[in-house]
Design a protein around this ligand. Structure first.
Ligand SMILES: CC(C)(COP(=O)(O)OP(=O)(O)OC[C@H]1O[C@@H](n2cnc3c(N)ncnc32)[C@H](O)[C@@H]1OP(=O)(O)O)[C@@H](O)C(=O)NCCC(=O)NCCS
Length: 186
């Protein structure tokens, strides 16, 4: 799947080494469910191989269009073909790559994959209330607030709410056209 700035590609065990600094960076993991667990190359390789072998998950690497540089991953988990739903998870591990529109474009690409290739009806996600950057990305793509799991999460010595957001196929189909002149949009 190719956008104007990034493309999504399969990950292999050889990509595991790139993930190690990212998943051990507290600034990256503070907004992830994985939290501050220490992860090594073997653990990352096992995770990639498990996802690739799974019938209910898909995992993609996020790579920069111009250079091919891998900057993170995005995936759909708990894919349920009966009820046609899945959960979205994403990480841009290269912090210098935050704020450039890459997360938004990667989200649009994987949501399109969910609706057009997997024929799902609903994509949902959980995001911590302090992850304002993440919430903004999901709002831009068209995810709507569905509810709040009050004080569901603990970080930095206090409780935080977990925000539940989702986008439905019918909302995706009715999304407004994006201005073509803006290279950050797909
Ligand atoms: C969350 C994440 C995927 C976002 O990716 P990104 O490439 O930085 O996002 P984009 O550049 O596409 O968009 C960021 C948006 O957030 C906005 N933003 C940044 N900081 C913000 C803040 N403190 N409050 C509100 N909005 C903020 C930006 O202005 C931009 O919106 P705009 O286009 O309207 O200006 C990335 O930062 C990341 O991987 N973080 C660590 C892991 C993570 O949080 N994953 C998601 C778990 S739910």
């Amino acid at each position: 799947m190719t956008g104007s700035q990034v493309y999504l590609r399969p990950l292999t065990g050889d990509d595991a080494a790139a993930f190690v600094p990212w998943v051990n960076d507290a600034e990256v993991t503070r907004t992830l469910a994985v939290g501050a667990a220490v992860m090594d190359r073997q653990a990352e390789q096992a995770w990639i191989e498990k996802m690739n072998a799974s019938g209910s998950d898909v995992l993609f690497g996020i790579a920069i269009q111009e250079t091919g540089r891998l900057i993170g991953s995005i995936g759909l988990n708990q894919i349920d073909f009966r009820y046609r739903g899945a959960s979205l998870g994403m990480m841009i591990g290269e912090k210098s790559m935050w704020g450039k529109g890459y997360g938004t474009e990667a989200t649009r690409l994987v949501v399109r994959y969910a609706f057009e290739k997997l024929h799902l009806n609903r994509v949902q996600l959980h995001v911590y209330e302090y992850n304002l950057r993440g919430i903004r990305v999901y709002e831009k793509v068209g995810f709507r607030l569905e509810g709040v799991l009050r004080q569901e999460h603990v970080y930095d010595g206090r409780f935080w709410d977990t925000v539940v957001m989702a986008i439905l196929r019918e909302e995706w189909e009715k999304r407004p056209a994006l201005p073509e002149a803006d290279p950050r949009k797909t």
